[in-house]
Ligand binder design. Structure first.
Ligand code: 5GP
Ligand code: MN
Length: 338
C-alpha cells in the first residue's frame, strides 16, 4: 500500500452508520468542497443518509459542484446523526461553528485529513500527509468500500485534487496523485471544466486590489511579502483577498518564502491579521504556522493572529527570515555532506 493505511475503525464506523454529518473547514478552498461533497456522494452510494455542512457561505466558483447547494450553514445543523466525518481540517477550531460540542460530543468523530500538522482531534484519525489532497484520500476510501470513481464522486474529488495541487504543479504531485486523477477523469470527471471554473478564473476586482497592494510589496533576506489593508479591500469592492496573489509571490526568483498579510477584524472586534505563507521546495513554513496557532503543509500554510497590522507584520516577517536563514544553513550543511 502506497499511502497511510485506512484505520479499520473508520471502515467499521462508516459501515455501522446511517445518518452521517460531513464537515470541512472555514475559509473553504477547492479541496474543502471537493473532499466534503465527494464523501457525501460516496456515502449516498453506500445507501447512507449524508449531509454536508460548512461554517462559511457558498463560494461562487463552487456553486455548481454536485451537492454544493445542499451544504448546511451552522445554524441549520442539529444533533441527529450517528457519525460525524471531518474532512481537510487540521484542528477542531477549523470546523468553525458547525461542530457544536453540546450537541455533537457524544457522536463519534472521524477525521480524514492530509495536513502533517493535524492534531488528531477525532475519535478515529486517518491522517495521510503523503497525499496531495484530502480528495485523494476519499478516492482510496471509495476503493476500500468498493464504490466506483465515477459521476458526481469523480467530479468532486478531481476538483479537490486539481485545486490543491494548482493543477498538478506542487512538489507533492506524485505518480500516485496522477494515477488517481487519471482514474477520476476516466470515470467522467471533466478536467478542463474544473480548471476553467477554479484556477483559470479571476474577478477583475482582484486585479484592481493587487494593483493597490503590489506597489508596497517588499523583498528582504529571501522573503517577499505583501500587506492587504481593509481600505484597499474596500476600494476594490472585495470582502477578501484571493490566495492566488501568494501563488504569484511564491514564484519570485530572489525569495525562498513569501507571505500575504490581510487585515481583519477578530470575533470580538479586535484587530487581527490573517497570514498566508508559501515556501519553495526545500524550505518549509508549516512549523512556523503551527507554532503561531495555525497549520498547513511545508510549502503552503497559514494562521490568524490578534494584534495591529504593522507590528504583527514586522514580527512575523522577522520569524520568516529567521526560519529561512536556519533552513538555508541546514540545507548548506546537508549539501556539503552529500
Ligand atoms: P492559504 O494560504 O491558501 O489560505 O492556506 C494554505 C494552507 O494553510 C491550507 O492548507 C490551509 O489549510 C492552511 N491554513 C491557512 N490558514 C490556516 C489557519 O489559520 N489554521 C490552520 N490550521 N491552517 C491554516
Ligand atoms: Mn487540502
Amino acid at each position: 500500500m502506497m499511502h497511510t493505511p485506512i484505520p479499520t475503525e473508520l471502515l467499521t464506523l462508516i459501515d455501522q452508520s446511517q445518518r452521517v454529518l460531513c464537515i470541512s473547514h472555514v475559509s473553504p478552498d477547492g479541496d474543502a468542497y471537493g473532499s466534503l461533497l465527494g464523501m457525501v456522494w460516496l456515502l449516498r452510494h453506500l445507501g447512507k443518509e449524508a449531509t454536508p455542512a460548512m461554517h462559511d457561505p457558498l463560494v461562487t466558483e463552487f456553486n455548481d459542484l454536485p451537492g454544493a447547494r445542499e451544504i448546511l450553514s451552522p445554524r441549520r445543523v442539529d444533533g441527529a446523526y450517528d457519525l460525524i466525518i471531518c474532512l481537510d481540517a487540521s484542528s477542531a477550531d477549523r470546523m468553525g461553528d458547525v461542530y457544536k460540542p453540546q450537541k455533537h460530543s457524544h457522536i463519534p468523530l472521524a477525521v480524514i485529513d492530509h495536513h502533517a500538522t493535524n492534531t488528531n482531534f477525532g475519535a478515529v484519525n486517518w491522517v495521510a500527509p503523503e497525499c496531495a489532497a484530502t480528495a485523494q484520500m476519499v478516492a482510496y476510501l471509495a476503493d476500500a468500500l468498493d464504490a466506483p470513481l465515477t459521476g458526481k464522486i469523480a467530479q468532486c474529488l478531481l476538483t479537490g485534487i486539481v485545486t490543491d495541487t494548482l493543477c498538478f504543479r506542487t512538489s507533492n504531485t506524485t505518480p500516485a496523485v496522477l494515477e488517481v486523477a487519471m482514474r477520476l477523469q476516466d470515470g467522467g470527471a471533466d478536467l478542463p471544466d474544473i480548471v476553467q471554473r477554479t484556477l483559470a478564473r479571476l474577478p477583475f476586482a482582484a486585479l484592481q486590489l493587487w494593483s493597490l497592494v503590489l506597489p508596497e510589496t517588499r523583498l528582504e533576506e529571501g522573503v517577499v511579502w505583501a500587506t492587504v489593508r481593509r481600505d484597499q479591500l474596500q476600494a476594490a469592492g472585495l470582502k477578501d483577498n484571493d490566495s492566488r496573489l501568494n501563488t504569484i509571490l511564491s514564484t519570485i526568483i530572489e525569495a525562498d518564502m513569501s507571505a500575504i498579510f490581510t487585515e481583519k477584524i477578530g470575533k470580538t472586534g479586535e484587530p487581527a491579521v490573517e497570514c498566508s505563507f508559501r515556501a519553495k521546495p526545500g524550505f518549509s513554513v508549516s512549523e512556523l504556522a503551527f507554532a503561531l496557532g495555525g497549520g498547513g503543509h511545508p510549502p503552503a500554510s497559514g494562521c490568524t493572529l490578534e494584534g495591529p497590522l504593522d507590528a504583527t507584520v514586522a514580527r512575523v516577517v522577522h520569524l520568516l527570515q529567521d526560519a529561512r536563514r536556519t533552513q538555508a544553513a541546514h540545507r548548506g550543511r546537508r549539501q556539503a555532506t552529500t
